[in-house]
Write a protein that binds this ligand. Structure first.
Ligand SMILES: [Zn+2]
Length: 328
């Protein structure tokens, strides 16, 4: 989801001279607006460089990373972690190659191997990647572990956590406000209310200007309170980093990004296909945990196979995006 703002065209009009006072007021409103409500972390509608898609983001990575620190510590406290180099060093090496393949080697990454026989892995905001021993044991080779690592890193570069939280926040705001309002949209609403009062008027007395600005500030702090309440509510339920599933779309995106990062890191991307085929063969009756929130493994294998074949067919132009011919 991405809400597109249609900015009002600011063309110079013949009445410009008469409206200087008014214009200054509008500018003052604008200056006080976005900053107070949106804050520096909110980026609104932006194009994601990894996926090439527009994303509606009300929270920034830094904000999520702080919240996820608690979840990460909690996970490590409640589940024993392994320091066995055959697991941890192996994972760290694969992680650093994949993060380089993703162009993210300049960032701090945190890896943990959880001593649990589960075919599962996860990523938390702040570049925290957790693997269960069972996942690593299931893999035939480093390339297959790299496939899962690439997938998790894909969730990071795809900014899937921020998008998911933003969608939830927007949903809550819709319920609260009874209309489609989200984050910085609340600030815009305050601004347009103030602007409506001065629309079509040539002069506004100083007293009234002060009054309008005061009402505008009140409107903004109300909006700010709502945003804070939501952040608190979302923060409390933040263990969802592991609990809440990603959408199918995010999963598929991560698969393709993962294959791309594998290729860039010098791994055999086809091993991702092999991994999901193995998953499908391994438990025909009962889905392993890693897949319970994910698309059908046979389908994932097929999609990955098609993607890799397509990238290879592009020759030197390949591996630049995750767009497929039919989806573009
Ligand atoms: Zn996933």
């Amino acid at each position: 989801m991405c809400i597109h703002h249609h900015d009002v065209a600011n063309t110079q009009s013949a009445e410009e001279k008469n409206m200087l006072t008014k214009r200054r007021l509008v500018q003052a409103l604008a200056a006080g607006g976005a900053v107070t409500v949106a804050g520096p972390a909110l980026s609104g509608c932006a194009t994601n460089p990894a996926t090439g898609e527009k994303q509606f983001l009300l929270v920034g990575e830094g904000q999520l990373s702080q919240m996820a620190a608690t979840s990460w510590a909690e996970a490590k406290r409640t589940t024993p972690t392994s320091t066995d180099p055959r697991y941890l060093n192996r994972l760290k090496n694969i992680g650093s190659r994949i993060s380089r393949g993703a162009g993210k080697s300049n960032e701090q990454w945190d890896y943990a191997v959880f001593d649990k026989d589960a075919k599962n892995a996860f990523v938390l905001p702040g570049n925290r990647v957790g693997f269960y021993k069972g996942m690593m044991d299931f893999a035939d080779n480093d390339d297959q572990i790299a496939a899962v690592m690439g997938h998790e890193v894909g969730h990071v570069t795809g900014r899937h956590a921020a998008e998911r939280v933003s969608q939830q926040m927007a949903g809550q705001l819709v319920v609260q406000g009874g209309s489609v309002l989200a984050g910085s949209q609340l600030g815009k609403k305050c601004r347009s209310q103030a602007e409506a009062r001065i629309a079509g008027r040539r002069q506004i007395a100083r007293q009234e200007q002060i009054q309008i600005q005061r009402e505008y500030q009140n409107c903004l702090s109300g909006a700010h309170r709502k945003t804070q309440l939501l952040s608190a509510a979302l923060g409390m339920g933040f263990t969802f980093g592991i609990v809440l599933p990603y959408s199918r779309k995010h999963e598929s995106q991560s698969d393709l990004l993962g294959a791309k990062y594998m290729h860039k890191a010098g791994y055999d991307a086809y091993q991702s296909v092999r991994l999901w085929e193995k998953m499908a063969e391994n438990s025909p009756s009962r889905q392993p945990e890693f897949m319970s929130t994910h698309p059908d493994p046979a389908r994932r294998a097929e999609d990955l196979h098609n993607y890799i074949k397509y990238q290879e067919s592009l020759g030197s132009q390949g591996w630049k995006s995750i767009k497929m011919p039919e989806s573009s």
